[in-house]
Design a protein around this ligand. Sequence first.
Ligand code: NAD
Ligand code: UFG
Length: 335
Amino acid sequence: MKILLTGGTGYIGSHTAVQLLNAGYDVVIVDNLVNSKEDTIDKIKQITGKEVKFYKADVRDAEAMDKIFSENDIEGVIHFAGLKAVGESCEKPIEYYQNNLDSTLTLVDTMRKHNVKKIVFSSSATIYGIQESPKYVETMKRGTPSSPYGTTKVMIEQILEDVYKADPEWKISILRYFNPVGAHESGLLGEDPKGIPNNLMPYIQKVASKQLEQLTIFGNDYNTPDGTCRRDYLHVVDLANGHLKALEKLDGSENGVYIYNLGTGNPKSVLEMVNTFKSVNNIDVPFKFGPRREGDLDEFFADPTKAEKELDWKAEKTLEDMCRDSWNFAKNAMN
Ligand code: NAD
Ligand code: UFG
């Protein structure tokens, strides 16, 4: 079965490409490389020993998308492509709405023309906004995210639901990721953002490798056991496997829109993360406490029960695995 991955040279897409190829799927990738590099394709091939077809194109380019669907017998799509920096999206809302919404609309329009009506979409826990309980369940209503980035996810979920309402031949899986970290155990694939990272794990990696002097932990007066925020970190390879399970499930299900949280259900604090990274890798990560970062919540985590029951998916890797694999990748990336 041939699957198109939009944004497939990115962090989560590349790991998913590996898991799909290993499971016997054919993979086609389209990416405009705005936040990834073409040599990721070689790395995917190196890990799997399999071929991947790559198109350097913008998903908003209807002609390019039409060509991809004409040249390949695509049966389903996993839609990763999007801009994802929370802070940047507050400074550049127009670019974020344009990129994330237009790419989705062009994609589903092209799919409809080619009669491909199976899609898995990368959504985010951010769509929950602020809820009464930090344990997010799929039955909760979508809330108000703290950034335009998050709002694009809310809007795309709504667009996909409307697409299904208008044409019940669609099979749609919406995956709400919690906090993906870690890297492929080969050390070839991982997350290496350009410039100063916004997210915790890439920042820790840059401090451990002495590219940045020290980590600032944003706030230690939160309502959590050690005062630092708690999040549901999950290993990117576990997350990638969730996409396989979602695809398999769609094949065996009736048409419809299916929504799943992908997380471990076990929140960890910033301090726990830093301490685990230090001890597993036997390396120092100097840090100081600073003021809270605007928009951060004390804690939130997944109720992963639905994915466990319906997808037969469960995050298996530990925080130790996440820290070890992240550092293994970061060391490799420096050489
Ligand atoms: P990433 O930036 O590594 O990957 C996204 C890829 O999409 C990049 O390779 C980028 O070049 C490509 N892209 C962006 N706009 C494009 C366009 N218009 N046309 C073609 N390619 C385009 O990010 P990621 O961490 O792999 O995230 C993948 C998806 O998962 C995104 O939609 C993101 O919003 C979502 N998500 C990520 C996280 C996270 O913490 N990493 C959490 C929740 C949801
Ligand atoms: N943190 C620090 N110092 C840093 C960076 C982060 O203390 O230098 C803290 C944050 O305050 C937060 C925790 O580490 O408490 C995690 O922060 P991240 O930025 O890594 O992750 P977030 O939970 O803020 O956001 C992430 C993604 C969003 C997504 C959200 C929910 O970046 O895209 O998870 O899925 F919406």
